[in-house]
Ligand binder design. Structure first.
Ligand SMILES: [Zn+2]
Length: 216
């Protein structure tokens, strides 16, 4: 009897390719570790990187509890991608899904996208954004408040207008909602010409500025 043993040929190109595949897999595992399971419409979903490094969504996952502090989180199964009947092969629970499997994943993916977008700064390109929100006047003075945006941040602009002044000299104070600060434009009249004190209450801080009274 003659035995022929064949070993797979290995050359340096094969080794390099295998190392590359291995590195890619490790990198994907590393990236996937950053993705938590999220709840959506009473089911679990988990984003992951597919082979093309695009974000896909795994799910729906079983949110049944296995013990006091552990959820099942196994991927639910159904007859086909359109099915709304789901069951868990781990804990045995059965579910009625609000959408078929495929559609449910797509909606969850969009919802996750929206969540990611909501974490980023929002820039408004709508023109005109500025709108007068409040205006008041007496015989000599006028005050006007506008919503505005600067570098993508929300701010209110308060204009102080002296009606007697034919040159239309004005002063303006910027109330920056996002940075929680108050500023004025140095090219305009200084606030101490028309203000003694500003108090602003922001979400997390209160700002109080007192201007020195000018002796005239
Ligand atoms: Zn389960």
């Amino acid at each position: 009897m003659k035995m022929i043993t064949k070993f797979p040929k290995t050359n340096s190109a094969d080794i390099a390719r295998r190392k590359q595949v291995r590195d890619e897999n490790l990198e994907r595992i590393e990236k996937n570790n950053e993705f938590p399971v999220f709840n959506f419409k009473a089911f679990g979903f988990r984003p992951y990187f597919n082979n093309n490094d695009k974000i896909n969504i795994k799910g729906p996952l079983c949110l049944g509890s296995l013990s006091k502090d552990r959820q099942c989180l196994a991927e639910l199964r159904g007859d086909n991608a359109e099915s709304k009947k789901a069951h868990c092969i781990v804990c045995g629970r059965t579910y009625d899904l609000p959408h078929g499997f495929q559609e449910f994943r797509e909606i969850a993916n969009e919802a996750y996208d929206g969540f990611v977008n909501s974490q980023a700064e929002i820039i408004t390109l709508d023109v005109p954004y500025e709108a007068i929100k409040a205006e008041d006047e007496d015989e000599t003075r006028k005050i006007r408040i506008k919503w505005s945006q600067k570098d993508g941040r929300n701010q209110a602009v308060i204009y102080f207008i002296n009606k007697d002044d034919t040159g239309g000299e004005k002063a303006q104070t910027f109330v920056d909602m996002d940075r929680e600060e108050i500023r004025h434009d140095s090219s305009d009249m200084h606030p101490d010409k028309y203000l003694v004190k500003i108090t602003a209450e922001f979400k997390s801080t209160n700002v109080g500025i007192e201007y020195k009274k000018k002796e005239e």
